[in-house]
Design a protein around this ligand. Structure first.
Ligand SMILES: Nc1nc2c(c(=O)[nH]1)N[C@H]1C(S)=C(S)[C@@H](COP(=O)(O)OP(=O)(O)OC[C@H]3O[C@@H](n4cnc5c(=O)[nH]c(N)nc54)[C@H](O)[C@@H]3O)O[C@H]1N2
Ligand SMILES: Nc1nc2c(c(=O)[nH]1)N[C@H]1C(S)=C(S)[C@@H](COP(=O)(O)OP(=O)(O)OC[C@H]3O[C@@H](n4cnc5c(=O)[nH]c(N)nc54)[C@H](O)[C@@H]3O)O[C@H]1N2
Ligand code: SF4
Ligand SMILES: [Mo]
Length: 789
């Protein structure tokens, strides 16, 4: 990170006068103002940070019922005392002046204050009315990877066992669905086999389109530390534009064309096979080969008219089932023939020799390998495939499921793993990695939930994009949106914003802490408690489950989301689902939820253990011991003595190498829209900025979302940094200030716009095509044109 003096001063201001390391991590012991705050704290309690999926441990300083300080918990192995500037801003996120404090009901274009009992009665009567008139599938709930385990488990039970509708989704559909589909298709089971310890144990890193210097700063700083300590360590940063994650000390910086990663990964496999860098013994024992369907489409409906649809390369939506077929190693090798480094060079723009060099590094039997990726892979119309392809590389070389050898899918939100994925808070899943369509899974679930099995519908509900399309069409009447801001974060959001306010029987309830674009589209707003204003549990990237207790009261009449779920249940005559007698509700819910995982490879420890342990534990937790490496004898209690490695998620114990081809993206630049638009994040802001823009220092450090443009493109259009620029696609447009170079440098033909700024609503421009397997939309690429505004 190269900072001008002005930028440096700004960053220092943003960090409360702390010293910021190159990765944005705050170094302990260098904190000025915070020392004063620390001294003010009367007591300290443990909690995970509520921001990203890294899952840093913090100690929360309390005084007179307020959070007055935080410090990185030196006992938590994730961050060992470090925090990034968002973590460091945690106390301030609670105390924005415009926190919601009372329930609000829409009357025309205004909101009026009402009581909680009025609010809940109205909400319940809307749910009941719709269910009676149109059946349980006319209602829906859209929750979040920032929802606690208790809340996620409870809403799952209410929707699937009480209301009898599987129309329950979480925003991890926009974030982790392709990773999950990748895990299931390759390993038969979700979540990484490795853990963060691999960062210190490996010597070669492959960063595949993940800007983790800004998005997972503490992991990035761990990697940097490793690099600085050992000259043998090499970092390969594969990106579509230069960013902080491709700065020094990366050894190879490879900028490739958007979406061409499919060809790149296959070309790397091609080189590894051709040059004999495979691990034959591993392949023979632990791997099978398969191919699936090709030309699978892009999740765009046929019956919906995009402006100028005829000019595009979109294919029409077909319902999807992947018909997998076994193939031989020889057939896989034949499939790879096409993917010469020269062919991949044509698609990616990356020199064939660089591709060879990267493949040889990964294949080198003397080196270990960690691959990391985030939204560059998952937000991709072939997101499942590209996840499969990176696993192929680790399986071909046997560099997997052991210390230092790890494909490590990074998760975005603090509990996308712990809540949405593990507690099954999606329209097709049940807790413990089970599925609504599977009769055995419904039976087990009904037993634990103590409801008749017929209550649980076998039909998967709408996935996120189809859920909002159904709201637009009017098939969904009542929707509860909780801890997420879809009317800023859905792709092609203009359509869904309009759809939500078409009137008729539509009724939208939004549980929020601050005014947001989604709250503006609500009929009823429920003021909510956040983070340490309630008890919670989160699960991070490395299968680590962490717990915290309620520490302070929420402002005004704000109530926690779990209480809201239970109160709604009572009014729907479903209170029995949460009647646990004298036991504290959170503990009772967790102990019931634990039953889903026991013996299935997903064992969680008892509630009381998490309540005590700083930093939590990584599952499976068997006989009190956490698991660092899954599928490997000696580390994973599910692998018996003598088995060595067993991918027990698959019936035959073998992981799958998939022949997945390159196919073009849903939309590409053309004459009319000649540039790629890619979108994403900046260090200072969390998603839609509802929380971080209320922290003055963070807001000042990044006050608006610019559009990063290449110097040559800007020059050709007469655009200079600071000029207002119109960014336009077939779906919509925004105006943003141009930024030539700086923190990011985009190649010619690419523009990058972050999505935190509601004044630069870039999702008006993005495309709502999705991966037909995972149903995750692709926010990372569509075609735009720009002009001086
Ligand atoms: N500061 C901050 N941190 C966050 C968040 C936040 O809002 N703010 N959110 C969290 C969440 S929920 C998430 S999901 C993560 C996201 O973390 P990231 O995915 O790391 O971040 P983004 O900015 O979304 O994505 C930018 C990256 O996408 C890559 N990319 C773009 N197109 C392609 C492509 O076609 N192929 C490949 N392979 N790569 C491509 C770019 O090279 C770049 O590295 O961040 C988490 N951490
Ligand atoms: N263009 C573009 N769009 C994207 C992406 C992208 O890369 N580019 N990334 C996608 C991804 S990966 C993600 S994860 C999503 C994230 O998208 P969202 O989840 O929609 O974004 P957030 O801003 O995190 O929204 C969370 C909301 O919950 C509120 N909140 C916070 N805590 C609580 C609480 O305890 N209770 C309640 N009731 N409310 C609370 C916050 O004020 C905030 O408004 O965005 C997606 N959209
Ligand atoms: S890296 Fe993520 S979890 Fe850690 S302090 Fe920063 S935002 Fe919080
Ligand atoms: Mo995400």
């Amino acid at each position: 990170m190269k900072l001008s003096r002005r930028e440096l001063l700004k960053t220092l201001a943003g960090a409360g006068a702390a010293i910021v390391s190159a990765s944005g991590a705050i170094l302990p012991g260098s904190v000025g103002q915070a020392e004063a705050a620390e001294a003010a704290a009367e007591s300290w309690e443990k909690s995970p940070c509520r921001f990203c999926g890294v899952g840093c441990g913090v100690l929360v300083g309390l005084r007179k019922g307020k959070v007055v300080a935080v410090k990185g918990d030196p006992e938590v192995p994730v961050n060992r005392g470090l925090l990034c500037i968002k973590g460091y801003s945690l106390p301030k996120i609670l105390y924005g002046r415009d926190r919601y404090k009372v329930p609000l009901l829409r009357q025309g274009n205004k909101f009026v204050e009402i009581s909680w009992s009025q609010a809940l009665d109205i909400m319940a009567s809307k749910f009941k009315g719709a269910i009676q008139a149109h059946g349980p599938e006319s209602v829906a709930a859209y929750f979040s990877g920032q929802t606690t385990v208790f809340e996620g488990y409870a809403i799952n039970k209410l929707m699937k066992a009480g209301i009898g509708s599987n129309n329950l989704e979480g925003n991890p559909r926009l974030c982790m669905a392709s990773a999950v589909a990748g895990f299931f298709s390759t390993f038969g089971m979700d979540e990484p086999m490795g853990c963060y310890d691999d960062i210190e144990l490996t010597d070669t890193f492959f960063i595949w389109g993940s800007n983790f210097a800004e998005a997972h700063p503490i992991l990035y700083s761990r990697m940097m530390e490793r690099k600085h300590q050992d000259a043998n360590v090499k970092i390969v940063s594969l990106q579509t534009f230069l960013n902080r994650s491709s700065d020094q000390p990366a050894d190879i910086v490879a900028i490739f064309k958007p979406h061409s990663d499919l060809a790149l990964a296959n070309a790397m496999a091609h080189v590894i096979v051709k040059e004999g860098l495979i691990n034959e013994a591993f392949i023979q024992k632990h791997v099978t080969f398969k191919k699936g369907l090709t030309e699978i489409g892009y999740g765009v409906e046929d019956n919906f008219e995009y402006g100028g649809a005829s000019e595009t390369s979109w294919k029409t939506y077909k319902p999807f089932t992947d018909k997998a077929q076994p193939i031989s190693f020889e057939e896989y090798k034949t499939f790879l023939e096409t993917y010469t480094p020269e062919y991949a060079e044509k698609l990616s723009g990356l020199p064939a020799d660089t591709i060879r060099q990267i493949a040889r590094l990964l294949g080198d039997p003397k080196r270990k390998a960690v691959s990391c990726w985030t939204m560059g892979f998952n937000q991709h119309v072939r997101g499942t495939w590209i996840n499969n392809l990176v696993y192929n590389l680790h399986l071909l070389t046997g560099k997997i499921a052991e210390p230092g050898n790890s494909p490590l899918s990074l998760t975005g939100q603090p509990s996308a793993c712990g809540t949405t994925r593990e507690a099954g808070v999606l329209s097709h899943t049940l807790p413990g990695g089970m599925f609504v369509a599977n009769p055995e899974h419904r039976k087990k679930t009904a037993q634990i939930w103590n409801v008749p099995v017929e209550k649980i519908s076998p039909r998967p509900g709408y996935h996120t994009m189809e859920m909002f399309r159904a709201l637009d069409r009017g098939d969904i009447k009542v929707m509860w949106i909780n801890t997420t801001n879809p009317f800023q974060t859905l792709p092609h959001v203009g359509r869904y914003r309009k759809g939500a306010r078409k009137g008729g029987e539509r009724f939208i309830v939004v549980s929020e802490v601050y005014p947001s674009e989604t709250a503006r589209h609500a009929d009823l707003i429920l003021p909510s408690a956040m983070w340490v204003e309630k008890e919670g549990m989160f699960g991070n990237t490395e299968r680590r489950t962490q717990h915290w207790f309620k520490m302070v009261d929420p402002p005004g009449e704000a109530k926690d989301d779990l209480w809201q779920i239970v109160e709604l249940a009572k009014r729907l005559d479903m209170g029995h689902l949460f009647a646990y007698g004298e036991e504290p509700l959170q503990k009772a819910l967790f102990e019931e939820y634990r039953k889903f995982g026991l013996g299935s490879g997903k064992d969680l420890a008892p509630y009381d253990v998490y309540a005590k342990v700083r930093g939590g534990l990584r599952w499976p937790v068997v006989e009190g011991k956490e698991t660092r490496w899954r599928y490997r004898e000696g580390f994973d209690p599910y692998v018996k003595k003598g088995e060595g490695v067993r991918f027990y998620g698959q019936p035959d114990g073998r992981a799958v190498i998939w022949a997945r081809p390159y196919e073009p993206p849903a939309e590409q630049p053309d004459e009319k829209y000649p540039l790629w638009l890619t979108t994403g994040r900046v260090l200072e802001h969390w998603h839609t900025g509802t929380i971080t823009r209320r922290v003055l220092e963070l807001h000042r450090a990044a006050p608006f979302a610019p559009v990063w443009i290449n110097a040559e493109d800007a020059g050709a259009l007469g655009i200079k940094t600071g000029d207002p620029v119109r960014v336009q696609s077939r779906r919509g447009e925004v105006i943003a200030k141009a930024q030539v170079n700086g923190r990011n440098t985009v190649p010619k033909g690419v523009v990058f716009v972050p999505f935190f700024d509601e004044n630069v609503l870039i999702n008006l421009v993005t495309l709502d095509a999705y991966d037909p397997i995972s149903k995750q939309p692709d926010f990372k690429k569509c075609a735009v044109r720009i002009e001086k505004a």
